[in-house]
Design a protein around this ligand. Structure first.
Ligand code: ADP
Ligand code: MG
Length: 880
């Protein structure tokens, strides 16, 4: 590995030679160079090899383009793409036959002036990214600019480069900052985070050479694509090259929470939660008994056997905890319906009680969640941001809503799930960067097969990282923090206070207010304008009080005065969750060789010490008993704080590995299933053939099915005619059906349905298969998400086969004549369920499309989500 880095280093001078040779080219000649390279790449058969060869020339081209933009306007002969760009963006303007590229533009609301030319260290970073490394580059070293190099190079293949980061603020920012550099050379660039999922422009964004977005955005699009019922809904085609900014956050911190799309409504029977609330409250109040245990690490709690028998007695249900999983029972299907119901009710109730217990014991307001607009919203523990559309699963969210006495929202089950590890396996190549990677290098190697490399800083770091300050009590600790802040204010230095949670920041806020100190908050709950707060944070003696939202990618620029007075002072109010997250906060200061300092504070009352073993804690207490002062800032005490942090990291590493294994169990089945589902989705003929095969297999009379579909077709035609009369612009119509098991809806093209029986038939068959597939897959995933033992894992193959078999039976039962009917009340006009496919404006689309709360088109008077939309169409994104 080191050998290859030496070779890469030698490439830098080669790039710079070419860069100098470009200096005398006219702007048009420079563009021509780009075109020539593109032609070479598109004519080559071995793209990888060609890109490797073209690297020095391309990197020189990007660097020279950056240099020209730094000097001022760049004027070229206008081409068609320039003209199109000029009508959409402010960075280019057409004047006669010239295109004028400005070097100042609006970067998502913030004025920006380009003044960057790649340094040698940035070239090295760019080379390593192209070769699929995870690189560590300190904060402020310009990773955004580094990425332009491999992104540009790999975009030349038109197979797509996905540039992803942790949040949409950063994603949009970097898209806006770098867009003109790519556009100048004719590359197409978009950012998915600017558009909603069903906006046509999101699909366009994926068809661009370069696509910016958040990791969650990319993963959820992948999952939604495999829930689509219309091929047009699918947006993500290629998985070519992913460059991951803030890589350790995405691949390590977020790896313990898989991405899940949920649908259906299962656990939100709020009455049951309410009914058992007082029971749980009693259990928690009674501290004399050991009714439950808490597992803070896994954010879990469990009833002890004493607790279980207390509950069984109180509820007068002695069998309540007897059976915990349905599949524990070999003979489940042989039991009477009554017995089965009884068992399922008990299992359901166990979950309700368990979730209520967790809600009361391990989930805390303003730490794990906030209440906003009378709703419980999750705070991402790693980024400090609110996860707007996410809900905790299995009824936990409902339990917290009940605890907080806010409105209970719909709950649902996972219907599509993938871990980041398995998502990134879809790509031909991945690479990434962050200020903090090296401490995670072993894990990145093991889990993702990524090599890590550290890039030297352009200027030496002169930041002063003070050793940890330790006090006996948290009151003493906070006093010391406040004294330090006051000292900074007097010195004219800006301070960034980083705290672990909103609750902790609230506590510090109180102390600051008591001392009449002005400050700005930087967190997901109180901050309205993040970029404005960040832009003020380096000026004069500003105090910025933040949560972990400041920990990533945030670029705080100290003012001239501030630098003279010692630069930005970063204060950590506690040790963070890992040494890596401490480093992130430290990295906010001392960027690019600036002066600056960091200091972290701790006390014996800190939560992190819970991660010491009993012996370790005893050793620490022994040492402390020999110290007389309240200030415990000694190396032998510090050792135990670091040890606690390391212990925590190790435990989480194990947890992540366990989570990854869970998805690995699902992965082979998922890829089989998705392949099969896509065949049905994209190929209507295949769906027809599949049905014919099943019909043959089950020996069904095809005539009967066709006769029935024919009668349905006549009715469907009638409905569309009526729909057209009401609104002649209607392009699509949702028609609700029902078999004797489920209600379902199918979206038809109005023109086609009126003229083609064939279209109706094949669409009906195809959609039926997809819906039945999805329902069955959901059940299997739910089963696989549980903690399975080895024997159960071995049996999964059989389960998959059984599932597919079951699907065939269900398809037959759906198609058999007597069971399908229009679930439509004749008099009801066709309401809002019409989507005009010509519209791309999401607002309009949303207004026209049916929402989960609008009345169901079947006319039942119920909400759509409680009726036809109640199954998997009620979809939302969620992370557990
Ligand atoms: P990182 O992501 O590594 O923390 P950024 O990409 O946010 O850093 O860049 C930090 C700052 O450094 C930005 O203000 C950027 O404009 C500036 N910068 C980066 N590279 C250069 C360069 N080559 N020349 C001048 N300024 C640069
Ligand atoms: Mg960055």
């Amino acid at each position: 590995m080191n050998d290859s880095i030496e070779i890469f280093k030698r490439q830098i001078s080669h790039i710079n030679e070419i860069f100098h040779s470009y200096e005398n080219l006219t702007n048009d000649e420079l563009r021509e160079k780009g075109i020539q390279i593109k032609i070479t790449v598109s004519n080559s058969s071995d793209k990888n090899e060609t890109l490797n060869k073209a690297l020095p020339e391309v990197y020189a081209l990007v660097k020279e383009t950056a240099r020209r933009f730094s000097l001022g306007q760049v004027v070229v002969m206008a081409n068609k793409y320039d003209i199109w760009l000029a009508s959409n963006y402010d960075f280019v303007e057409i004047n006669g036959n010239k295109a004028i590229y400005h070097n100042k533009w609006d970067a998502g609301g913030v004025p920006f002036e380009w003044n960057m030319v790649h340094y040698d260290e940035q070239l090295l970073g760019g080379i390593l990214l192209h070769y699929g490394y995870a690189i560590e580059m300190a904060t402020g070293e310009g990773k955004t600019l580094v990425a332009t190099l491999p992104v540009f190079l790999n975009a030349l293949t038109h197979q797509g480069v996905h540039l992803m980061t942790v949040n949409d603020y950063l994603s949009k920012r970097d898209y806006h900052l770098t867009h003109p550099i790519y556009a100048f050379h004719g590359l197409t660039v978009e950012c998915i985070e600017q558009y909603e999922r069903y906006d046509e422009r999101r699909k366009y964004a994926y068809n661009c050479d370069i696509t910016f977005g958040t990791n969650s955005g990319f993963v959820f699009d992948y999952l939604f694509d495999h829930l689509a019922t219309d091929p047009k809904e699918c947006v993500q085609e290629h998985h070519n090259f992913a460059i991951i900014d803030e890589l350790d956050s995405i691949l390590i911190d977020e790896a313990d929470t898989p991405h899940i799309v949920s649908g259906g409504m299962y656990y939100n029977n709020e009455d049951i939660y309410k009914k058992h609330l007082s029971l749980i409250e009693d259990i928690i109040k009674d501290s004399s008994k050991k009714y439950y245990t808490i597992d803070l690490l896994n954010k879990d709690a469990a009833f002890t056997s004493e607790g279980e028998s207390y509950i069984s007695n109180r509820l007068n249900n002695k069998d309540l905890f007897k059976i915990r999983k349905k599949y524990e029972l070999k003979n489940y299907n042989l039991l009477s319906e009554e017995q089965r119901k009884q068992i399922m009710n008990n299992i359901y109730l166990q979950n309700v009680l368990h979730q209520l217990l967790r809600a009361y014991t391990v989930f805390e307001k303003d730490v794990d969640y906030v209440i906003q607009n009378e709703a419980v919203k999750i705070v991402d523990p790693y980024t400090g941001r609110i996860k707007e559309t996410h809900r905790w699963e299995h009824g936990l969210h409902t339990a917290i809503e009940i605890k907080e006495k806010v409105k209970v929202q719909d709950d649902s089950d996972g219907i599509a799930v993938i871990s980041l590890k398995n998502f990134f396996k879809l790509y031909n190549k991945i690479a990434g960067m962050s200020g903090t990677i090296m401490t995670a290098k072993d894990e990145l190697r093991e889990m993702y097969n990524l090599d890590c490399s550290q890039i030297p800083t352009h200027n030496p770091i002169i930041r002063i990282d003070n050793p940890l300050y330790i006090f006996r009590t948290s009151i003493q600790k906070d006093e010391a923090i406040l004294n330090k802040v006051v000292e900074n204010v007097h010195k004219g230095r800006p301070t960034l206070i980083g705290s672990l949670s909103i609750k902790r920041a609230d506590a510090i806020e109180k102390l600051l207010s008591q001392r009449k100190l002005n400050f700005n908050r930087l967190d997901a709950k109180t901050t309205k304008d993040e970029s404005l707060t960040v832009s003020k944070a380096g000026i004069g003696n500003t105090i910025t009080l933040s949560t972990s939202v400041a920990g990533r990618g945030t670029d705080i620029k100290p003012s001239h005065d501030a630098l003279i007075n010692g630069g930005l002072c970063v204060i950590g109010t506690d040790l963070f969750t890992s040494i890596r997250t401490d480093l992130q906060l430290k990295g906010r200061t001392g960027r690019q060789g600036d002066p600056g300092s960091s200091m972290f504070f701790a006390s014996l009352e800190d939560h992190i010490l819970k991660y010491l073993s009993t012996e370790e804690r005893k050793e620490l207490d022994d040492i402390i008993s020999n110290i007389n002062s309240d200030d415990l800032s000694y190396d032998n005490v510090r050792y135990y704080f670091k040890l606690a942090q390391t212990n925590r990291e190790n435990i989480f590493k194990i947890k992540r590995a366990k989570q990854a294994r869970k998805d690995d169990i699902i992965a082979p089945h998922r890829s089989k299933f998705y392949k099969q589902r896509n065949k049905v989705l994209f190929d209507a003929i295949y769906a027809d053939e599949l049905i014919n095969d099943i019909i043959t297999e089950y020996n069904i009379k095809i005539n009967e099915i066709e006769k029935h579909l024919l009668s349905l077709y006549d009715k469907a035609k009638e409905l569309t005619l009526r729909a057209r009369r009401n609104n002649s612009n209607r392009q699509q119509i949702l028609i609700p059906f029902s078999d004797n098991q489920h209600p379902f809806t199918i979206k038809y093209d109005v023109n086609l349905i009126q003229t083609s029986l064939q279209y109706f038939m094949s669409e009906f068959k195809r959609q039926s298969i997809l819906q039945i597939y999805d329902e069955s897959w959901k059940e299997l995933v739910l089963h696989m998400m549980q903690d399975l033992d080895q024997k159960e894992i071995d049996e999964l193959d059989g389960d998959y086969v059984r599932m597919i078999k079951n699907v065939h039976q269900n398809i037959i039962s759906r198609l058999q004549s007597s069971s399908i009917v229009f679930n439509f009340i004749e008099e009801t006009p066709i309401p809002s369920a019409i989507i005009n496919s010509n519209q791309v404006n999401t607002e309009q689309l949303k207004n026209m499309a049916i929402t989960k709360d609008s009345p169901c088109p079947c006319g039942s008077g119920k909400k759509y989500c409680e009726c036809h939309g109640g199954n998997i169409r009620n979809i939302r994104r969620r992370r557990i």
